[in-house]
Design a protein around this ligand. Sequence first.
Ligand code: ATP
Ligand SMILES: Cc1cn([C@H]2C[C@H](O)[C@@H](COP(=O)(O)O)O2)c(=O)[nH]c1=O
Length: 458
Amino acid sequence: MLRTFWDGMRFAGITPLVRGLLLGMLGAFATSVVVIGVGRILVDRLAAGNAGFGVLFAAVSAGMALGAFVGPRVLRALNRRRLFALSVGVSGAALLLTGLIPNMVLAAVLASITGVGVGIAWVIGTGLLAREIEGDLRERTLAFLHTAARVLLLVSLTVAPLIAGLIGDHRLDVRDLGYDVLGAGAVLVLAGLTALLLAVLSYRQVDEGSEVSLFAELIAVLRGVPVGPEKEDERLPGTFIVLEGGEGAGKSTQARQLSIWLRDEGFEVVTTREPGSTKLGMRLRALLLDKDQTGMSPRAEALLYGADRADHVSQVILPALRRGAIVISDRYVDSTLAYQGAGRELSVGEIRRINEWATDELVPDLTVLLDVPPASGLARLGGTTDRIESESEDFHERVRAGFRRLAEGEPERYLVVDAQGAQEDITREIQRRVRPILPDPVPQDAEAITGMMPIIKE
Ligand SMILES: Nc1ncnc2c1ncn2[C@@H]1O[C@H](COP(=O)(O)OP(=O)(O)OP(=O)(O)O)[C@@H](O)[C@H]1O
Ligand SMILES: Cc1cn([C@H]2C[C@H](O)[C@@H](COP(=O)(O)O)O2)c(=O)[nH]c1=O
């Protein structure tokens, strides 16, 4: 256990985000276990007995479940990183108040608030960690997190009651006013203050430095108004669909079928691909796939794919989406995350950030992952292979696993299809998934028809 803990400590500091997440998650978790640790002593002092402890325990657990399942959905307008640090702070503040105001009813309410904070922090924290770190490192970091959580549980069940006992209960009389200082309350205050401090430290590490202050963002969310200047992609009238997968998975085939169907349905469709859909892109494609460039440094490779994408987004994809078209792209950011991230073993978190910048955070409405064993996909291609196709089998296996992990991380935005099935079946499966996200078809002469409406003419 100690070894896992130590290993994790060494890796925990890789990026400020990971460090901030671990600090915050452990801070939040500590608040819930301290409630359990000294809860027994607290309810005895408040004359609430076994039933009181049961209520306290149930309040924390129910709060955690509520926070995990409902919190991020209800508060989805708030930046997730900020919501993370804020929920750590809320669980600390609730714990602090529980310690300061010794009252059973209030303790139960505050315990549930502590639980909600912990639930939100845990669910956002694990999600962001999974996105930020890859493979073995992710396993180690999660192992570290779980070991540290167990240590915290052990400490709060043994050391916290001991400290509460050592502090003891005292009565403070100031003039006519009396205040009961409880040992258990003091432990809760200390733990609450620690969690608040960790929330601040965590906030500093995880916040991306938005131009909108946390306070302004909170007020906007509570009032139900948009936070800061609306991002352009939230207002784009078009629909962005991406086909991803390894070599020979059938992306071009399915992109073609999809565009034929959508055109028949009356939509303007732009079919495009990466790399190589702009003038600059064509030159980058030639360079990237040229076998003479074997040995190109992985970072240069990732940046060149990013450069192609930046040009592609600004010159082809965004203008089409602004017009309200349906854009179907054969490959997008996930290809870099899978090929250069998983395949070349670069940091997926770093690649993601570079690409967020390159694409101005344009995210597809739907990504269809055509999943095929590399050997089968490559066998379909035949002929000569390019620089990337001729990579080792291990490389292509890592790429496939990388794609699948991305889809597992965001199941609502992906359709994963077994690409070994018959082409027609795959086409039908894609159509079934695409249909619900389509806008109402616009007739070709819509402008003329709209212009004829009397109310618009006047
Ligand atoms: N479901 C399928 N079953 C068998 N063969 C298929 C299937 N889908 C496509 N193919 C065939 O596999 C070959 C590669 O298909 P396609 O070009 O669509 O793949 P791709 O994923 O775009 O490839 P690349 O990675 O080179 O871009 C083509 O000959 C195509 O006809
Ligand atoms: C976008 C993108 C692509 N690649 C690789 C994947 C393929 O081997 C080639 C593109 O060829 P295709 O026949 O058009 O599929 O480039 C990559 O490694 N990283 C990327 O971001």
